[in-house]
Design a protein around this ligand. Sequence first.
Ligand code: GDP
Ligand code: IMO
Ligand code: MG
Length: 427
Amino acid sequence: MAVDVLLGLQWGDEGKGKIVDLLAPKYDVVARFQGGPNAGHTLEFDGIKHVLHQIPSGIFRENIKNYIGNGVIIDPIIFSEEIRKLKELGLSDLNNLYISNKAHIIIPTHKMLDAAYEEAKGAGKIGSTLRGIGPTYQDKIARTGLRIGDTLTDKFYEKYQNLKSWHIHLLDSLGYDYSKLSDWEESFFTAVEELRGLKIINGEYFIEENIHAGKKILAEGAQGSHLDIDFGTYPYVTSSNTTVAGACTGLGVAPKYIKDVFGVFKAYCTRVGSGPFPTELFGAEGEELRKAGNEFGATTGRPRRCGWLDLPSLRHSVFLNGVTKLYITKSDILDELGTINVCTDYELNDGSITGQVPYDMTDIKEMKLKAFEGWNKTLLDHENYGALPSNFRDYIDFIEGYLKTPIAMVSLGPGRLENIDKPLAVV
Ligand code: GDP
Ligand code: IMO
Ligand code: MG
């Protein structure tokens, strides 16, 4: 079996980019399987901080193929900007970048529709990144979308015009001002030209060839399981399957080829945008975590909402994905806290106590919290896992025991070297 999947277990921004970059040298191919430019995956090394939106996080490693699967949606304008930045960093050899001809394209009116729908929702808005994600996946499912393969045909312009006309009709009915459209279209068509010059392939055969040649593939997820269209906090979710099944449909990988599933989670929780967040901290406490963790969106710069680790929700993600190994990030952000809480159960409005995520999270009346004494020292500069403060190891043991899944590594900073491997526990 040749495919491992790495995905986020919370509301995104768990540190997936950092961990993919770290694991990439063990693989031949790194493949993004869903989402689009709503993602912001941060990589830090050699004094460079780089945020990737659509390009897989294996791009900085040598001799690795990076593949954008059919489940991803691509904004050519943002894509061309990403390529430009990579070239600026001296990474001009993009021969290792492959794009599925079946990935759908975000056109300028998709972004306008995203904004128009959000405006129309008023207080009930999703808090979308406004990158056109919902409307583009909507067109995919409605069978009206445009795909990367279309850009290579002489029907592309006609198909584009048809889709645009339909969108204009919708924008008119929503009273949305689209006067900037022609400016956006100019950049769009220039970017499409650039895209055409890249390696656009019949991607499922690329995956098949690599699997049959015994190559190792790492499938990189975007967003997180609580944002999954089916299992997340609907309707406050994204429009794709962020859970492991998304890797099958988003790349053309049959389940029998999937081996390990790596689940990445933060030592606390964050969420950008609207929707329920049971363990959210408000006021000074929330502010303290946001400041310590520099919790501002990598894509939109919006402040992230912060709160304690929510174990019932995390357990939900672990079993939905069949996680085999866990990666915990940002424990270093908790270094100076006197007390660290984790939520172990929810008390519902009817008085019952449950470890299951309810259909409607507003049914949660109260959180059952377990308090841990802080370790009050830096976690970096320890030689090995056993040398870390016992208060920290108690925290980790409890999480591992609760999730019945081993933690393979603790990440203690944004850099490539700021990690400590953890001996795999039998749980
Ligand atoms: P992603 O979307 O899951 O790839 O995560 P983001 O890049 O949006 O957000 C994670 C942020 O935390 C980035 O700024 C990372 O550089 C940073 N980061 C990742 N792991 C750690 C860690 O262990 N400690 C600290 N302090 N920062 C980390
Ligand atoms: P990465 O891959 C965090 C959130 C948005 C919004 C909701 C729907 O960096 O972890 P959308 O634009 O998809 O229609 O927005 O999902 N969201 C993310 N939050 N990290 C992300 O990606 C996200 N991608 C979307 O904030 O609440
Ligand atoms: Mg992110």
